[in-house]
Ligand binder design. Structure first.
Ligand code: HAM
Length: 419
C-alpha cells in the first residue's frame, strides 16, 4: 500500500471543517485591516531563499526540499512565504506608488524537511501577512493589534504570550556584531553550527538550542540600540500593553530567518502540550529585504502563523469557531417518478444558494431521516405520488418540528425566507 510522505497529512471530514473555520475566521479579521490576498507559486528558485532567509539558517542549510527540473534549473518547494512575496513585488513592480502601501495576506502550504512531531510537519500551512511600503511605529503597533484581533477571534487570547525583541539596525548593528563576535571567539567548545555562525551570522548563535546557556553573559542587544530605535521600541511596548497583550521582552530572541531588522516577535501558547513547538505566530520587520533582492529601498513588516498548531490548540481547548456545517434541506423521493420531480426541485434550490442533499442509494425512509440528522439538515421534504398530484409539499423543520405545507412553485422562496 502506498502511504503519504512522512510529516504530511490527509485532511478530510472534521479536520477539513476545522481548517475551513479557522481560515475563514482569520481571513475575516485580516479583511477588517484592509488586506488583500496574494497567491504565489509553491516552488521557487532556490537562490531566492539562499539570498533572503540566509545560507546559514537551518531552513536553508538543512530543511529545503530541493530539485532540478528537466532543464537543470534548481528549485525548492517554498519553505516560507515572505521571500516569494518580495520576489513577486519586485517582478510585478508592485512598489509603484499607486500600489503602496501594499497590504497582503496569503494562505497556503509550506515545506520544511524537519523531524516530524506534534505541531511540526514537513508540509504545513501558514496564514501570513506582509505590509510593504510603510516604516512607521504606528504600523508596528497595528501589527500587534492584528495579533490581538486574531487571537481574540479564535478565542485563545488568554492562553498566549508575546515575546518581543528589537534587533539593532544600521551602524549600531555593525558595532554590536563586533562586540558579540569578540565575546563568542573566546569559547572553544561551541557546537558545529555556532562555529560557522560566529563568522557568517553571529546573531543567530544567541538562540542556539545547544549552546543557549553559555551565552547568558553575552552583550545585550538592547544596550546597543540607537536613541531612535530605543524610543521606538518603548513606544511599541507601551502600546502593546495598552492593547492588553501579555508581553515578554526576550533579549535572546533573534528569529531563525536572516532578513529581520528592528521589531521581531513570537506569539507563544502558554500551555505545555505543544512542547517545543509552542510558537504559533512569528514575524517582524524586514526593511532591507526588498533592496537585498535587487528591488527598491522599501520597508516592510509581517508575520505568519502555523495553522496546524492553531488547530491543535483549538482541539485541546474544545474551542468551536461555530461555523454552520449543516445543510438547509434533505430531500427524499419515494418513487422513480418522484425522483424526476425531486431532481428538478433540488436543481432549482441549489441555483438559489440553498444547501441540499438527497438520496440516490434507495435508502428506507427511516435511514433517510437518520442520514438527514447526521448531516444536520435543518429541513426535510418527502416527495411521493401525493406531492406529484397536488403539487404541494410539506417542509418538515427538524429543529422546531414545525410542518409547513407550500406549493412546489413557492418552495424556493419559502426556503430562502427561512434561511
Ligand atoms: P517562521 O517562524 O519560520 O516564520 O514560521 C512561522 C510559523 O509557522 C511558526 O511560528 C509556526 O507556527 C509555523 N511553522 C513553522 N514551521 C513549521 C512546521 N514544520 N510545522 C508546523 N508549523 C510550522 C516565517 O515563516 C516567516 N516568513 C514569518 C514572517 C512573515 N516574517 C515576516 N513576515
Amino acid at each position: 500500500m502506498i502511504q503519504k510522505p512522512r510529516g504530511t497529512q490527509d485532511i478530510f471530514e472534521i479536520k477539513s471543517k476545522q481548517y475551513n473555520d479557522l481560515e475563514n475566521t482569520i481571513i475575516n479579521v485580516l479583511k477588517t485591516y484592509n488586506l488583500n490576498e496574494i497567491r504565489t507559486p509553491i516552488f521557487e528558485a532556490k537562490e531566492l531563499f539562499v539570498r533572503s532567509v540566509g545560507e546559514t539558517s537551518d531552513v536553508v542549510s538543512k530543511e529545503m526540499y530541493e530539485f532540478f527540473d528537466k532543464k537543470g534549473r534548481e528549485f525548492v518547494l517554498r519553505p516560507e512565504g515572505t521571500a516569494p512575496i518580495v520576489r513577486s513585488l519586485i517582478e510585478n513592480k508592485l512598489y509603484a506608488p499607486e500600489f503602496l502601501p501594499l497590504k497582503l495576506y496569503y494562505v497556503g502550504p509550506m515545506f520544511r524537511y524537519e523531524r516530524p512531531q506534534t505541531g511540526r510537519y514537513r508540509q504545513f500551512e501558514q496564514i501570513g501577512v506582509e505590509i510593504l511600503g510603510v516604516d512607521s511605529v504606528y504600523q508596528d503597533i497595528e501589527i500587534l493589534a492584528m495579533l490581538d484581533s486574531i487571537t481574540k477571534a479564535i478565542k485563545i487570547d488568554t492562553k498566549v504570550e508575546l515575546d518581543l525583541n528589537y534587533l539593532v539596525t544600521g551602524k549600531q548593528r555593525e558595532i554590536y556584531i563586533k562586540e558579540l563576535t569578540k565575546f563568542l571567539v573566546d569559547f572553544d567548545d561551541l557546537c558545529d553550527d555556532c562555529e560557522v555562525r560566529i563568522h557568517k551570522n553571529p546573531l543567530r548563535t544567541l538562540d542556539c538550542k545547544i549552546d543557549f546557556n553559555k551565552f547568558k553573559t553575552a552583550p545585550k542587544m538592547t544596550s546597543f540600540l540607537s536613541k531612535e530605535d530605543e524610543q521606538r521600541f518603548q513606544q511599541i511596548l507601551e502600546a502593546g500593553k495598552k492593547i492588553g497583550l501579555k508581553i515578554n521582552i526576550n533579549q535572546r530572541l533573534v528569529r531563525g530567518l536572516d532578513y529581520y531588522t528592528g521589531l521581531i516577535f513570537e506569539l507563544k501558547y502558554l500551555e505545555s502540550s505543544l512542547g517545543s513547538q509552542s510558537t504559533i505566530i512569528a514575524g517582524g520587520r524586514y526593511n532591507n529585504l526588498v533592496k537585498d533582492l535587487d528591488g527598491p529601498d522599501l520597508p516592510a513588516i509581517g508575520f505568519a502563523m502555523g495553522v496546524e498548531r492553531l488547530i491543535l490548540i483549538l482541539e485541546e481547548n474544545q474551542i468551536n469557531l461555530n461555523h454552520d456545517h449543516g445543510i438547509d434541506l434533505y430531500t427524499i423521493a419515494l418513487s422513480s417518478e418522484a425522483m424526476i420531480l425531486n431532481l428538478e426541485i433540488i436543481r432549482d434550490l441549489r441555483n438559489n444558494d440553498i444547501r441540499v442533499e438527497t438520496d440516490y442509494l434507495n435508502r428506507s425512509l427511516k435511514s433517510n431521516f437518520k442520514q438527514a440528522e447526521k448531516l444536520q439538515a435543518k429541513n426535510v421534504i418527502v416527495i411521493g405520488d401525493n406531492e406529484i398530484k397536488t403539487q404541494k409539499i410539506v417542509i418538515k423543520n427538524q429543529i422546531n418540528k414545525a410542518q409547513t405545507e407550500v406549493k412546489i412553485s413557492d418552495l424556493v422562496e419559502e426556503m430562502k425566507a427561512g434561511k
